[in-house]
Design a protein around this ligand. Structure first.
Ligand SMILES: C[S@@+](CC[C@H](N)C(=O)[O-])C[C@H]1O[C@@H](n2cnc3c(N)ncnc32)[C@H](O)[C@@H]1O
Length: 288
């Protein structure tokens, strides 16, 4: 059966059925795909662990095909839209942009592209993180003492956010293998906040934060994992900013989480807004 599943994934990849390959890869999990996020598929977390432990892998992880189906896949057209918003909504100049995103331009060797309006090649993901950070600053102000993030990739959002907002403490909440990569990445950058990495199981009682962030991450989790994250962090956080890619019905790649109506009734003062730029028709932002 295991061999048969493996062959199906291989065939799906050959036929270019990426999301099927991604979903099927989840079936290798020991506890079952529906109890986990699609990204918790053994391939991506194991690769993150390898990048955390091996310098050669770390030096190139942001372009590796085991990694890019989950992260580092902002397309050039999307990057242009982020750049337009960064310049026109927030009045940022090209040199200011470069100064803020500089740590994300090199570490892990991201793919970089030339865009009209910038005279240097740019990491498209860095531009997304910059626009999100500017959006958060507009909503929450420029001092947020305690930030928690669920599903943090390699910690890129935190790095950019901390260059715009004064942060004392940052909690990174992710899979244990991914947390090791986050540590390696964060330790490679000049940062001005204290941090902790935790898995859901490592959270003892509750984390009190001023802001909880979760972009394309909480929304990918099944309800069984969302509920304890809600109880231990989200419900007591003063502010929140979550980009949801699970649509109004709360289903992402066959994994069912809370739907939009439920979330709005669970979170006091929650407001739903469109994702800007809109990168998938199901996406929306829930903030409070
Ligand atoms: C699509 S990525 C989004 C990463 C990042 N937020 C961004 O905007 O680039 C999904 C993230 O959720 C994480 N994840 C998967 N299962 C998780 C879990 N049970 N708890 C916390 N994070 C999880 C993945 O490791 C990954 O970092």
């Amino acid at each position: 059966m295991f061999l048969f599943e493996k062959l199906k994934v291989k065939l799906a990849k050959k036929l270019g059925l990426g999301s099927l390959a991604r979903k099927k890869a989840g079936n290798y999990s020991i506890t079952g795909a529906n109890l986990k996020a699609a990204s918790d598929n053994n391939i991506y977390p194991e690769y993150a662990l390898k990048a955390a432990l091996d310098l050669r892998t770390f030096s190139n992880f942001r372009q590796n095909p085991h990694y890019t189906p989950i992260l580092e896949h902002v397309r050039k057209a999307q990057a242009l839209a982020y750049l337009d918003l960064i310049k026109n909504e927030h009045g940022m100049s090209a040199p200011d942009i470069l100064e803020i995103i500089e740590p994300l331009q090199q570490i892990g060797n991201p793919k970089k592209v030339m865009l009209d309006g910038l005279d240097f090649p740019v990491s498209t993901t860095a531009l997304r993180y910059l626009y999100v950070a500017l959006d958060i600053r507009q909503r929450c102000g420029d001092r947020v003492p305690v930030v928690a993030e669920i599903g943090c990739g390699y910690g890129g959002q935190a790095v950019i956010l901390s260059r715009l907002i004064d942060i004392d403490k940052y909690y990174f909440l992710d899979l244990w293998q991914v947390n090791m990569l986050i540590q390696r990445f964060i330790e490679s950058v000049d940062i001005n906040f204290a941090y902790e990495t935790l898995t859901l199981k490592q959270i003892e009682k509750e984390i009190r934060s001023d802001l909880i962030i979760s972009n394309y991450a909480f929304s990918e989790l099944p309800r069984k994992i969302q509920q304890p994250y809600f109880d231990k962090i989200i419900k007591s956080s003063d502010h929140g900013y979550m980009t949801m890619n699970s649509g109004v019905d709360g289903v992402y790649e066959g994994v069912a989480g809370f739907d939009q109506r439920e979330l709005q009734s669970m979170i006091k003062n929650a407001v739903v807004t469109e994702e800007k730029p809109n990168t998938s028709e199901k996406n929306y932002i829930i903030s409070w």
